[in-house]
Design a protein around this ligand. Structure first.
Ligand code: ZN
Length: 282
């Protein structure tokens, strides 16, 4: 989702930059650096070529301190705005056979079944009441379609054995969410949302539904242009990782829930093409 990157902005520009990035006021609560696992990832030529071979846009790749639900930090690759890869997930990606595959979805899908999903309620990573309602709406979006995957939702802190956990990240600037893609037939487990406290519940529903979409294998429907972000950045080449799903538009689909960026007017619902795509895959 929409993110602003302050990392290499010179001091003089900071004032300007802060206008696009809701600076958060809770910096003093930020876990200190010793929480970071010391297996720091590196962006080598080999890493870049693995992502490129899998049709990811590496133009904004970075290594970020990714916050787990319990507040600890872990080094992960971040790219295409809201997509994270752990070291293990990257390893899986590098071993994928990319000679088979399809669509505006990833090379990996989730094995059909009932998935467990939990809304995290612990400490500073807890979902607010409004966010919990939005999560219920997002789960309802999927369950209403009678797909080969559906979700059972609970709330609490016991997330380790759940297929997905949705939690709040108080340290992230801007507003949006993050996720990753499935591996080994399992959905991406960790879904963060942040900076959404002042948005309508339908917008939060949109963000969670979007991130759940990544977690079951959907890429951005505007991967070719990121037009929804006001950019013209191609996220990758058509081919293995991003061939259109039959019956859905190949051009810009202005109401798809899988657009890269969102606005404050989102209604949180799938459009008809999103539903065609979900029924095609699941
Ligand atoms: Zn996204």
């Amino acid at each position: 989702m929409k993110k602003c990157d302050l990392i290499i902005i010179p001091l003089l520009l900071l004032l300007v930059a802060s206008s696009c990035s809701k600076e958060n006021e809770v910096l003093e609560q930020e876990p200190v650096a010793e929480n970071v696992e010391q297996t720091s990832l590196e962006i080598t030529d080999e890493v870049i070529s693995v992502f490129k071979e899998n049709y990811y846009n590496v133009s904004d790749i970075s290594v970020a301190d990714f916050m787990l639900p319990d507040g600890t930090l872990e080094s992960r690759y971040q790219l295409e705005g809201d997509i994270f890869f752990s070291a293990e997930q990257f390893e899986n990606l590098s071993q994928l056979d990319i000679s088979t595959s399809k669509n505006y979805h990833t090379t990996n899908l989730v094995s059909p079944r009932t998935l467990t999903i939990i809304g995290y309620t612990g400490g500073s990573n807890a979902l607010s009441t409004k966010e919990q309602t939005a999560l219920q709406y997002a789960v309802n979006n999927y369950n209403a379609l009678n797909l080969s995957i559906n979700f059972t939702l609970t709330f609490g802190t016991d997330y380790q054995d759940k297929d997905m956990v949705i939690y709040h990240n108080p340290n992230e600037s801007g507003a949006g969410g993050s996720a990753g893609f499935p591996s080994n037939g399992d959905p991406h487990q960790l879904i963060q949302i942040y900076g959404l406290e002042n948005y309508d519940v339908n917008v939060i529903e949109h963000v969670i539904t979007h991130e759940m979409g990544h977690s079951v294998g959907f890429r951005h429907t505007d991967w070719f242009s990121r037009q929804s972000c006001g950019q013209n950045v191609n996220e990758g080449t058509a081919g293995v990782g991003a061939i259109p799903i039959p019956g859905t538009p190949e051009s810009y689909d202005s109401t798809s829930i899988m657009l890269a960026c969102f606005s404050s007017g989102e209604d949180g619902e799938f459009n008809s093409n999103d539903i065609i795509a979900l029924n095609y895959l699941y």
